[in-house]
Write a protein that binds this ligand. Structure first.
Ligand code: TYD
Ligand code: MG
Length: 453
């Protein structure tokens, strides 16, 4: 194995010099500097030279096993759904969310279920003492054989302990509470996080141990922390929730082993997080009041349709610039839909403060909910409820046209299942059994149909 190092010399006399200010120090010739490979003296730069690198192992694509690998079910249906069917050995998963949303609770529950299925699980509790974890476990009804606690904040020591214990899965709660030795930077700071992430990727792949990290995202949306790890890890799951309320939504924003945008719906109870079997009815639990400003729609989250309610309120403002408050949808989307509603729908919110929210704390990303948001706003502005039992599907164009939505039949089927007899839909929507559809082309038509049978 020849190691080479790059050197510099004078092409006229061969004199070797590192600092060669234009003129050879030996023969005084100008501009004779040349680079050469010095194979006699392997130096610290040897790895940089192409010739010196060890060739990496190569694999022919057709010889790679054509199967996803055995997944470990966590036995928590909604968690498995978001993971894409379970934990893949050797994968690295980030679970992020605001403090107190339920990350540690879910981790401990997953650890208990995995242990009950005969897996060995290690839990690095960098944030809490083993006693605190034990207290939470007993609250959750977990007595915990098969769960090994590692109360350690030194990442390398924790990983070595997990490996020595021969675990199938490792949980690190949280990534901000462990540190990499030798880095003279702030605890939990960006340099620490990136280094820890890089080490963990290599470790998880090398040991084939499924590894889950939790990470805090602060309320103010300061995401510099866990977001730094997003590109490194195999899957990124974020918890969402309403300010109040017990529903917790776990969303896959990245998943190398499953669908993105898949959501798991949980309820936080006295005995920890419970998977919600029928999310639409959970989201509609506080709906159905037939109040002014409410409109129901069905959105597609990952692989399933969910019925949700959009709620809006409009009150006279005492401000020169009336307020626009959006929860669960982008404020810019609210501004846009208010503008279209004013210009194309004939309902201006001029000097009204407007608040819009989505039931259950879900974050709306699906443009198919535009029409429901717009109708909720119109209903709030007019202080008049929509016809009971009516749901809305449609994307709203700036022209006021109602555009088709993806997977309309599945959305309509979900609305029919939830007991909605009538839906106002974009024109080309095919009929679906169990629900009467009212096709509309423009926002004016949609609003007219919303307020009269
Ligand atoms: P936790 O999992 O500690 O949050 P995180 O790790 O994301 O910071 O959750 C803490 C909250 O959950 C706390 O407010 C109490 C509540 N909780 C319950 O309602 N029921 C339970 O069974 C448990 C364990 C916690
Ligand atoms: Mg925690």
């Amino acid at each position: 194995m020849v190691k080479a190092r790059r050197g510099y010399r004078c092409s006229a006399c061969g004199h070797e010099a590192a600092a060669f200010a234009g003129r050879c120090l030996n023969c005084q010739a100008w501009n004779t500097l040349e680079q050469y490979q010095d194979t006699t003296r392997p130096g610290p730069t040897a790895r940089v030279g192409r010739e010196g690198a060890l060739p990496a192992t190569t694999v022919r694509l057709d010889q790679v096993p054509n199967e996803p690998g055995r997944r470990m079910s966590t036995d928590i249906p909604e968690f498995d759904r978001v993971l894409g069917g379970g934990l893949v050995p050797g994968s690295l998963i980030l679970v992020g969310g605001e403090p107190g949303i339920g990350k540690s609770t879910l981790m401990l529950q997953a650890a208990a279920r995995l242990a009950a299925l005969g897996r060995t699980v290690a839990y690095v509790c960098g944030e809490e003492s083993p006693r605190q974890v034990r207290l939470r476990a007993s609250r959750l009804g977990i007595d915990g054989p098969g769960i090994i606690l590692i109360p350690e904040t030194n990442l390398d020591s924790a990983l070595a302990a997990a490996e020595a214990a021969g675990v199938d899965a490792l949980i690190i709660d949280s990534i901000q509470s462990v540190y990499v030795e030798g880095l003279e930077t702030r605890f939990g700071g960006p340099a620490q996080l990136s280094e820890a992430g890089a080490r963990l990727v290599g470790w998880a792949k090398g040991t084939d141990i499924a590894t889950i990290l939790t990470g805090h995202v602060t309320k103010a949306g300061e995401v510099a922390g866990p977001r730094l790890l997003e590109h490194l890890v195999d899957a990124v799951l974020y918890f969402e929730s309403a300010e109040s309320g017990a529903l917790r939504i776990l969303r896959a924003v990245k998943n190398r082993f499953g669908a993105t945008d898949e959501v798991g719906v949980f309820e936080m109870t006295g005995e920890g997080l419970k998977s919600v079997d029928n999310p639409s009815s959970a989201f509609l639990a506080d709906a159905g009041t037939h109040a002014a400003g409410c409109a129901v729609t069905a959105i597609i989250e990952g692989s399933r349709p969910l019925a949700i309610e959009v709620q809006a309120l409009a009150v006279p403002s005492s401000l020169a610039n009336p307020r626009r408050i959006a929860s669960g949808l982008e404020t810019s989307r609210l501004h846009l839909l208010l503008a279209v509603l004013a210009r194309r729908g004939g309902h201006g919110a001029g000097n009204l403060d407007v608040v819009a929210a989505v039931s259950g704390g879900l974050r709306l990303r699906d443009p198919g909910a535009d029409l429901a948001v717009t109708v909720a706003l119109a209903s709030a502005i007019e202080d008049r409820p929509v016809v009971p039992g009516t749901a809305f599907l449609g994307e709203v164009a700036l022209s006021g046209a109602i555009r088709p939505v993806q997977q309309a039949p599945r959305r309509l089927a979900e609305l029919a299942r939830m007991g909605f007899p009538r839906a106002i839909v974009p024109r080309s929507t095919p009929p679906t059994p169990g629900i009467a559809i009212v096709p509309v082309a423009t926002m004016r038509e949609a609003i007219a149909a919303a307020f009269s049978e």
